[in-house]
Design a protein around this ligand. Structure first.
Ligand SMILES: [Ca+2]
Ligand SMILES: [Ca+2]
Ligand SMILES: [Ca+2]
Length: 566
């Protein structure tokens, strides 16, 4: 069954001016979502450098915490404080809310130099309206009634979907997913409107509006967003949600109380991120821009599947209590990521991620390219090496964030063409969804790891031409309508029929993974090509491989290989 598409992209800038009659919904206050219920006590923090005590400090929990001056080590860069044997840099929230009265932290040092020092992280101007991918940005969540059943307990479920623990959701919440996926770099703070917001008109008004509007207008949901802003302007300081201070509210989420339009061709009530271009009014000094909306019922798709006897998602839902996948995917758009599924099979090239990614079929973790774009992996360049033969060892991408980047020439920025090589494992955020499946018909069917290679072309269009559909960064290529793709997967032609998955209708299976030890994978003579049509410029051999690490030897004909370590 064809996957149901979940995103509508708005691409034309337009000024929509409209007025609404007086709104009288101002009667509720926002509850600031607090996860800390602990009494305000002190915690002793012991800092270790190279297993020697560096400093001990007692600090009041949750109070203006600051790390001590960073230690130094010759030939290494200080990468942050971590728990022992962990690479994950810790935010104070990781331990200041713990029950522990004392904690040991260890200095993490990395050899090499910072990725962004060498490959400039030049975010283009047009990404400015998205939410920041670092720190603790505030995002507002609005329960929206369209006349369906709407209760207080449903609002509690919405809170769990956005901020709950893995135990409460049976999977992840939006917060816990991004916290894990970013390796502690992004800790989204969701505030919730405590009552269901009632828009000015009936649901059918906005549907009719969508069916008759021209393509330059806001969506009906954009009208609702603007109604909400007017109604709540007196009680909410919306500048709190312009986390980066660029004059745009970074994102507001609407969760509505009716079923999404699963069975309609025209879908007003679906899950998507789009923009309002209403510049008639600022709210607390900020213009509204991107907003997300989705049905409450996306968190209960398992029931919908059973009720209608359909299959809605690839992953197993039977163990999920509150399913946040859809909200996680759409929040990826608020962060600026594009979709990777093919939303227009009549146009463009074939290939892609074949469902194997959160921004594709809502499945598994974000991909290597997503994490590069968002800075979720913050890699150091270890061995930039040109041409010839290079042997390197990488850890599992889920556990370490290690990636090998191979480019034809030294990339000036991440907005260029390159290959990302990872040791893919069904662990971490891939564990629940198993984005790369293991069909019994394939040998070895029990494969739990392999090398995945993505071919990325993240070039940017020089000037916005309205012809690309990537959102909201204007990449030259996308996975729907351009002949060359934004991101494609190199299929292991030795374990299957060469490029036999190039139809986009199949989900990715272990044919996408390279796992045979000792055989040279001849990519140079494969059917995979560079964007300009030329042959690939490297082959590789797996010297050893396990769930934890892999040793790879690359034979490069020109080109440059960067070993990126966190
Ligand atoms: Ca206000
Ligand atoms: Ca902003
Ligand atoms: Ca297409």
């Amino acid at each position: 069954m064809r996957r149901i598409k979940k995103t509508i992209i708005a691409i034309f800038v337009f000024v929509l001016v409209f007025t609404l009659s007086s709104c009288t919904y101002i009667n509720t206050l926002i509850d600031i979502a607090t996860k800390n219920k602990m009494p305000n006590t002190e915690i002793k923090v012991n800092y270790y450098v190279d297993d020697n005590l560096y400093l001990s400090e007692t600090t009041e929990k949750r109070k203006n915490f600051e790390y001590p001056e960073s230690p130094t080590m010759d030939g290494y860069n200080f990468g942050g404080w971590t728990y022992k044997d962990s690479y994950q840099t810790l935010a104070p929230e990781d331990f200041l809310y713990d029950e522990a009265q004392e904690i040991d932290l260890y200095a993490y040092f990395s050899k090499g130099y910072h990725f962004s020092d060498n490959i400039k992280y030049n975010g283009p101007e047009i990404v400015k309206a998205v939410m920041p991918s670092f720190g603790s940005p505030n995002i507002l969540v609005v329960p929206l009634t369209l006349g369906g059943n709407h209760t207080k307990s449903m609002i509690e479920e919405i809170k769990t979907a956005f901020t709950g623990t893995s135990e409460e959701t049976g999977y992840e919440s939006v917060n816990s997913f991004y916290y894990k996926s970013s390796r502690g770099r992004l800790n989204i703070q969701f505030d919730f409107i405590e009552d269901w917001f009632t828009p000015a008109y009936k649901k059918s008004y906005y549907e009719k509006y969508d069916s008759t509007k021209d393509r330059y207008s806001d969506y009906g949901t954009g009208l609702i967003y603007n109604e909400f802003l007017k109604a709540y302007d007196e009680v909410i300081d919306f500048s709190k949600y312009d986390n980066d201070g660029d004059g745009f509210i970074d994102g507001v989420w609407f969760i509505y109380d009716v079923m999404p339009d699963y069975f309609k061709e025209e879908r007003t009530w679906w899950a998507y991120v789009t923009s309002t271009y209403n510049t008639s009014r600022k709210y607390d000094g900020c213009y509204p821009r991107n907003y997300a909306n989705a049905s409450y019922y996306f968190m209960h798709e398992y029931e919908t599947e059973k009720k209608y006897g359909i299959k809605l998602e690839k992953y197993d839902m039977s163990d999920i209590k509150i399913d946040s996948h859809t909200y996680i995917h759409e929040t990826g758009h608020l962060l600026g990521l594009d979709d990777y599924y093919d939303s227009d099979t009549s146009k463009g090239g074939t290939g892609g991620l074949y469902g194997a990614g959160m921004m594709d079929a809502n499945c598994g973790d974000l991909n290597t390219v997503d994490k590069l774009l968002l800075g979720f992996i913050d890699p150091y360049v270890i061995t930039p090496a040109e041409g010839s033969t290079q042997t390197i060892e990488i850890g599992s991408f889920q556990e370490t964030g290690d990636v090998v980047l191979i480019a034809k020439k030294t990339p000036k920025s991440i907005y260029s063409e390159y290959f990302l090589v990872e040791l893919y494992t069904i662990t971490g955020l891939n564990e629940h969804d198993v984005p790369i499946t293991r069909p019994m018909t394939l040998i070895p069917f029990n494969l739990t790891y392999g090398i995945r290679i993505l071919h990325v072309n993240a070039s940017l269009t020089k000037e916005y031409n309205g012809k690309t559909y990537s959102f909201p960064v204007d990449f030259t290529y996308n996975n729907s309508t351009t002949k060359a793709l934004f991101v494609d997967t190199l299929i292991n032609y030795r374990s299957g029929i060469n490029r036999d998955m190039e139809t986009n209708t199949e989900y990715l299976d272990t044919r996408a993974l390279f796992y045979e030890v000792g055989t040279e994978y001849n990519l140079k003579n494969s059917t995979f090509k560079m964007t300009n049509g030329s042959n690939l410029f490297f082959n590789f051999t797996i010297d050893s491989i396990s769930n934890e690490k892999a040793k790879l030897t690359f034979a490069l004909e020109g080109g440059i290989l960067w070993e990126l370590k966190n």
